[in-house]
Design a protein around this ligand. Sequence first.
Ligand code: 3EB
Length: 327
Amino acid sequence: MRGSVLRVAYRGESAPTLLERSDTLAVFDFGEGADGTSDSCHLRVPLPPLDDEAPREWWSVDGTVSRGRADALQWAAGAGWRFVAVEVDEVGCGGIEAASERAYTLLLAHVAASPEPHLQRIWNYLGAINAGDGDGERYRLFCNGRARGLAARGITAYPAATAIGHHGRPGLLQVYALCATEPGEALENPRQVSAWKYPRQYGPTAPSFARAMQLPGGALAISGTAAVIGHASHHAGDVNAQADEAIANLHALLDRAALPAFDASSPLKVYVRRPQDAEPIRAALARHLDPAVPRILLHGDICRRELLVEIDGWQFGRESRMGNGEP
Ligand code: 3EB
């Protein structure tokens, strides 16, 4: 799939302007503000932006995209790539654990039957992620259901992922994925224990994700990255130190992948638990990153209560030198 490039960028154009392009694979709007459309590659993510300007996230490919819908699923595919999203209502499923299994069952069945069967990257957004105690915490229940859905398909090589708590419609579980015709290559972080090997203290089912995925074509899709060293959270209560540590983890992944520093073609998404931390988090980003690195801050909860910030993103590095993100 060399030469079949996926591009990801934050753009200020309206959703209809981006959606009318034949090379658009997906458009994401954040928060509850603007209207949705009925387009199946348009997704409203229930995390409010914390910046004054709220651009959309735009995925585009080198080719023409077809789009469709089936039950709880919406999808778009072209040039070797597939976007697929599923929204499940917990109440209808009987709880977050069953909803998570159902979302993965639906998503994985669709993907397996498609020309782009290889999961690369998944985002998971659920309400009240830290509600419940011990093994009853909703994030842990989500992990149980996700693992069952993956196991039922025999998937043991996990994609890169993000799991964040939203404050939108209660009971909404939103899961969306990027898939491709060819497999990616999972990458782990030498500073961190692989999530699927986390010890029992974090829950009965270790989280099913890789720290990053080297996509077909060479770009790096980076999972949600927080102030975790080894398997432990660090700097509880200190947002500055957590932001520094999360960025150190991102840089360790780039080193591991032998990719250059983040630049204008490396969009980052920053999840912020407490809106009042946005300013210190912006300052930490400014300390460590090229000012050209596109970034958006979103209000969302991290999956461990003590974690205040998490960052995910992309490094298109070598492949994208020629105009990534340009029309
Ligand atoms: C961590 O390092 C922080 O369950 O899919 C980060 C990315 C985290 C993905 C997931 C969880 C997930 O464990 C939490």
